[in-house]
Design a protein. Structure first.
Length: 267
């Protein structure tokens, strides 16, 4: 009987530790998830801190909306204008720059619109004139927002009457790339997801290096003033780790085929 009581006591004492295991929820972009970056980073953070990280991968607009509802503790996205609005509205605090990469214009090797070159705006204008198949994420993500800004620089407001050449998928970067591969179409992608993408078919990078393709990522805590249930301390520990030398080195170490997908930029 004494042994049974001791076993039960040990079991009961073990429950609070399990029940109180610390975790945070991050609303982030599909590019951080589908590029494999989180599979590289998060085990390192959890090993260091014991904090479990649960990621919900969405387009940036949806990730920020998740933060506005208080359904996440941390938001990690890539749309500077939308991030500023989020902070200005009081939904985010402690915004930090974390890393950057760039967007690239992907298209068929045959390049029917003759879009290849170093000028992304000229390339989009050529695609429009040729009515060559173009795949848009159409999901209010950071990549979609960048695409719309670039179309505007080319003198085109999207969405507009577009015709069959312009296909909106309403999906993440991976599915959009799969659609472009199947249609042999043009698509704007972040370099990280492109490098990790395997179903390329006849697609290649046609435009890169234009300064207007710069792609900055930022992270912030969802405001505990707006949502008191936000896990403030573990959320801040994650943000602090990301911008620490250890976190920044972990970002720099992540490569595919020897090529870095993201470049640390915390300062």
């Amino acid at each position: 009987m004494g042994m049974i009581a001791a076993a039960l006591a040990a079991f009961v004492l073990s429950l609070p530790a399990h029940a109180q295991r610390t975790h945070i929820t991050i609303a982030s972009t599909t590019s951080t998830e589908q590029s494999g970056l989180f599979r590289h980073l998060l085990p390192k953070f959890t090993h260091r801190t014991g904090i479990e990280v649960r990621v919900v991968a969405l387009g940036t607009g949806q990730a920020l909306d998740m933060g506005r509802r208080g359904d996440a503790d941390v938001v990690f996205v890539h749309d500077a204008a939308a991030e500023k609005r989020f902070v200005d509205e009081g939904y985010g605090v402690g915004h930090r720059l974390v890393m950057y990469n760039d967007f690239v214009l992907i298209g068929p090797k045959s390049d029917p619109a003759v879009a290849r070159g170093g000028d992304i705006v000229a390339a989009l204008a050529k695609i429009h004139r040729a009515q060559a198949p173009f795949v848009s994420r159409g999901d209010k993500s950071g990549t979609h927002a960048a695409e719309l800004r670039l179309w505007k620089l080319a003198g085109l407001e999207m969405p507009a009457p577009k015709g069959a050449w312009y296909r909106e998928t309403g999906s993440g970067m991976g599915p959009a790339l799969n659609t472009a591969s199947g249609l042999n179409a043009y698509v704007l992608a972040d370099r990280g997801t492109w490098l990790s993408f395997r179903n390329r078919g006849a697609l290649v990078i046609l435009v890169e290096g234009d300064r207007r393709l710069f792609n900055q990522y930022g992270v912030m805590l969802v405001s505990p003033a707006k949502h008191p249930h936000v896990r403030r301390e573990p959320g801040l520990r994650f943000i602090d780790w990301l911008v620490s030398p250890e976190g920044q080195n972990a970002i720099a170490e992540y490569r595919i085929g020897g090529e870095p997908l993201f470049f640390p930029s915390a300062r």
